[in-house]
Write a protein that binds this ligand. Structure first.
Ligand SMILES: Nc1ncnc2c1ncn2[C@@H]1O[C@H](COP(=O)(O)OP(=O)(O)O)[C@@H](O)[C@H]1O
Ligand SMILES: [Mg+2]
Length: 224
C-alpha cells in the first residue's frame, strides 16, 4: 500500500500508510488494539473505501482483479458461518459461488486437519475449529496471496503451532502471507518479519529476532 488513508467520520483509522509485503515469507502485521490493522486489511480487500492512497494486490486494486478468489484468500475477523451447515456444506457453497470444483472442499478440510469434523454442524465448532474452517475457506481458490486478520485468536498453543507450520509451508511455496495480530508472541512464532503500526501510522518494520519484544515496546513507547 502507498500513502493509504482511511477514515470513519472524524476517526482516522489508517494514516498515510506505506508498506509492501514480499512473496515467499510470512509477514506479520502488528499493533495494539485499535491501531488500524483490520481497517488496513479491509481497505486492501475493497471492503472499505480509502480517503486517499492505493492498496494493490499483485499490482491491481482488489476490485480490478480478474479472478479475485484465485488470487487472494482472506480470513477476516468475525467470519460468519451458518450454524446449521456442516463445514463441508459451507465450503461447497463457497465453491459453487466462485466456480471452483466442489471436491476442493474436502481437499482444504484435509489441509487444515478438519476432515474428521467435516460433516458436523458448524454451530457446535470451537473457536479454534472456526479459525481452521476460515483458513480452509481462504485456501479454496489456491490463491498466491493470503491475508489473515488475527487468525491465531482463540487457538490453543497446539493450534498456534499448527498454524505456524501451515503458514510457513504456504510461504515456502512462494505465496505471499500477511498475518495480523495484536499479540507479539504469536507473531514472533509465526512471522519472519513484522510491520508495526500504531494509531494508524507505520512505526517500523522489524525482523523477528529474540529481542523483538524489547525493540517493539521501545518503538511503541517512543511513539507516545
Ligand atoms: N466500522 C467502523 N466505524 C467506525 N470506526 C471504526 C470502524 N472500524 C474501525 N473503526 C475505528 O478505527 C480504528 C482502527 O480500528 P481497527 O482497524 O479495527 O484496529 P485494529 O484491527 O488494529 O484493532 C479504531 O479507532 C476503531 O474504533
Ligand atoms: Mg483488528
Amino acid at each position: 500500500m502507498t500513502a493509504l488513508t482511511t477514515s470513519f467520520g472524524r476517526v482516522r483509522a489508517v494514516s498515510d500508510l506505506t508498506f509492501d509485503v514480499p512473496a515467499g515469507r510470512v509477514t506479520g502485521f502488528l499493533g495494539p488494539n485499535g491501531a488500524g490493522k483490520t481497517t488496513t486489511l479491509r481497505t486492501l480487500l475493497g471492503l472499505v473505501r480509502q480517503d486517499s492512497g492505493t492498496a494493490l494486490i499483485d499490482g491491481s486494486r482488489y476490485v480490478d482483479l480478474p479472478d479475485p478468489v484465485r488470487t487472494v484468500g482472506a480470513v477476516l475477523e468475525s467470519t460468519a458461518f451458518h450454524p446449521g451447515h456442516s463445514a463441508r456444506v459451507h465450503l461447497e457453497a463457497l465453491c459453487l459461488a466462485a466456480r471452483i470444483p466442489t471436491r476442493r472442499a474436502g481437499e482444504v478440510l484435509d489441509e487444515v486437519s478438519l476432515l474428521d469434523a467435516a460433516d458436523r454442524r458448524v454451530g457446535g465448532f470451537s473457536l479454534g475449529m472456526r479459525q481452521r474452517l476460515a483458513l480452509a475457506s481462504a485456501l479454496l481458490g489456491d490463491p498466491a496471496v493470503l491475508v489473515l486478520d488475527e487468525p491465531a485468536n482463540g487457538l490453543d498453543p497446539e493450534g498456534i503451532h499448527w498454524l505456524r507450520g501451515h503458514l510457513r509451508a504456504l510461504a515456502a511455496d512462494g505465496r505471499t502471507v500477511l498475518v495480523s495480530s495484536h499479540v507479539l508472541t504469536e507473531l514472533s512464532l509465526m512471522a519472519d518479519e513484522v510491520v508495526v503500526i500504531n494509531d494508524g501510522h507505520l512505526l517500523t518494520r522489524l525482523p523477528v529476532t529474540p529481542d523483538l519484544e524489547r525493540v517493539y515496546l521501545d518503538a511503541i513507547r517512543a511513539a507516545r
